[in-house]
Design a protein around this ligand. Structure first.
Ligand SMILES: Cc1cc2nc3c(=O)[nH]c(=O)nc-3n(C[C@H](O)[C@H](O)[C@H](O)COP(=O)(O)OP(=O)(O)OC[C@H]3O[C@@H](n4cnc5c(N)ncnc54)[C@H](O)[C@@H]3O)c2cc1C
Ligand SMILES: *[C@@H]1O[C@H](CO)[C@@H](O)[C@H](O)[C@H]1NC(C)=O
Ligand SMILES: *[C@@H]1O[C@H](CO)[C@@H](O)[C@H](O)[C@H]1NC(C)=O
Ligand code: FES
Length: 476
């Protein structure tokens, strides 16, 4: 018999339940069990049981539907990974750990401590405090995913110096990935962390301040309000911005760029006009009335939202010796270092070597990738010499359905399709040199996470494996 005990913060919240028969869970397997009203993931690994909360700390997916690989479970929705023994987060996009637990394998009884934080089944990773005696400043330019994870990692690694995050936004770091997906999002509800969090861990956040230039010799940054601030180490994570349309009519009132919380939108029937371009935005009374395409087609429109790629926010680096590529992305190595000592760069702004793409220099605009960059930059600021080694994971919502994508498919030479686009259920495997380099899927969870996990382990998925329907993809 496997016994589970779940305890909340209050002693009276303790519940013990017989959850399964030992024979029911084989080694290397996991299952969802109910203990009281707690949803728990029970795992058996090397003969030892462990248990964590079954609810992903990102958007709450059931981890039991994900992928178990050794001591970690990968979420079926967006690829977050958790250690099944400690509940610790191992891969983004989630940012919090699962409630910690204790196990008692001798008596074959499990004891799970489910710690409820603010009524949510999440646990913030331990973080150290600021030590006023440490006279060292890390400045983080930008208030996005990369900067926030850099700040948190510094404190998790017990960095005691000063952390200043500076952003030209007027909002604390927020979840940009939810922008294009929910309607009428309240700015407050999009925040990654509340203001109390930044106070508690002594992370200074300066909003509405734009960096105008950097002096890497003097180690100073000049801001738009005239302030000149010194740093000892700096992370540049100013990201990219949406490109604006370059044609007559783009200054009309109801032309929006998909970028900030104000751009919300309502999803309707979507139609694609491929191999075409906008020639002119036609208006009436300062508002869009129609969009004329190069092909001659004119589309009536009440609102125009443009999402046509991005430009890196690196103008303020011009005149500095920081190396950039021809498109003005900042070049970093696998430690997120630029070619200037103590200057690091992370997130959408970088051109970085992607290990799974044989070290090719790439620029990838994914939330999870930016987070991982921020973390690796922090570790290397602290001289931990940890290399970046991620499998990019991206998701987007089209007409209410989530398309998931893992890997790096640029330059693929072949695609193996399972299922059908028309049925809104498919998995596309992208191959290069007879190896799977990326996967995109709709309604086939956890197949994309399975591919991500395989690639993360450094295991090759051959064309022969891709061709046949096999159990490893967990596709029925
Ligand atoms: C609408 C939308 C939807 C998205 N959806 C998804 C998704 O579903 N999944 C996914 O994986 N990715 C998604 N992305 C991409 C994802 O948001 C980015 O990859 C991620 O935000 C990159 O993080 P970053 O930290 O590099 O930069 P950003 O998050 O862009 O942050 C840059 C920060 O720098 C600040 N800044 C810029 N210039 C200056 C300056 N000179 N001085 C001071 N501050 C400055 C900005 O104000 C901002 O705070 C989406 C992006 C958008 C815009
Ligand atoms: C960094 O790269 C820039 C641009 O290539 C170059 O001008 C500069 O000398 C380099 N600096 C160092 C310290 O390598
Ligand atoms: C990536 O960029 C760095 C710096 O410019 C360069 O030295 C390296 O050769 C590039 N790597 C590849 C695989 O092109
Ligand atoms: S819900 Fe688990 S990674 Fe998003």
């Amino acid at each position: 018999m496997v016994l589970c005990l779940v305890a909340g913060l209050e002693p009276e919240e303790e519940v013990t339940d017989v959850v399964c028969d030992e024979a029911k869970l084989k080694d290397g397997e996991m299952m969802e069990v109910e203990v009281g009203d707690h949803n728990v993931l029970l795992v058996r690994c090397d003969g030892v049981y462990s248990a964590i909360s079954n609810q992903c700390t990102h958007y709450g997916a059931p981890l039991s539907k994900g992928v178990l690989s050794g001591h970690r479970v990968r979420c079926p929705w967006h690829g977050s990974c958790f250690n099944v023994k400690t509940g610790d987060l191992e891969e983004y996009p989630g940012i919090d750990c699962l409630p910690c637990h204790k196990e008692n394998s001798e008596s074959k009884m499990l004891t799970i401590f489910s710690v409820q934080i603010q009524g949510q089944p999440k646990r913030i990773k331990w973080m150290g405090a600021r030590d006023q005696a440490v006279l060292h400043t890390v400045m983080l330019l930008g208030g996005g995913a990369a900067s926030l994870m850099c700040a948190e990692t510094l404190r998790q690694e017990n960095y005691g110096g000063r952390i200043i995050m500076v952003s030209r936004d007027d909002l604390l770091p927020y979840d940009k990935t939810r922008l294009s997906k929910i309607m009428n999002a309240e700015s407050e509800s999009l925040l990654m962390r509340k203001i109390e969090f930044f106070h508690k861990y002594d992370i200074e956040v300066w909003l509405k301040k734009e960096a105008l230039s950097i002096d890497t010799n003097k180690k100073t940054v000049t801001f738009d309000d005239g302030l000149i601030q010194c740093y000892d180490q700096i992370l540049i994570a100013t990201g990219c911005r949406a490109k604006s349309l370059d044609c007559p009519g783009v200054d009309l009132e109801n032309v929006l760029m998909l970028e900030t919380p104000e751009d919300m939108l309502e999803e309707r029937g979507v139609r694609f006009y491929m191999n075409d371009a906008v020639a002119e935005v036609q208006g009436q009374n300062r508002r869009v009335k129609a969009v004329k395409l190069k092909s001659g087609i004119t589309i009536e429109a009440d609102l125009l939202i443009a999402g046509i790629g991005v430009n890196p926010n690196s103008e303020f680096l011009k005149g500095s010796p920081i190396r950039m590529d021809s498109k003005n992305y900042v070049i970093v190595d696998k430690y997120m270092r630029t070619n200037i000592t103590d200057v690091y760069c992370a997130g959408d702004l970088t051109s970085f070597p992607l290990k799974m793409a044989k070290g090719q220099n790439v620029s990838i605009g994914h939330w999870q990738t930016a987070q991982a960059h921020g973390r690796i930059a922090a570790l290397n600021m602290l001289r931990r010499e940890v290399e970046l080694n991620i499998v990019p994971f991206y998701w987007t919502v089209l007409l209410g359905r989530t398309i998931r994508y893992a890997g790096y498919g640029e330059g693929y030479t072949e695609m193996v399709l399972k299922g059908r686009f028309e049925n809104m259920k498919f998995l596309a495997l992208y191959l290069k040199d007879d190896e799977v380099v990326a996967a995109a899927g709709l309604n086939v969870e956890p197949a994309v996470s399975v591919v991500a996990e395989r690639l993360a382990e450094g295991r090759v998925i051959t064309k022969a494996e891709a061709d046949v329907y096999t159990t490893w993809l967990q596709l029925e």
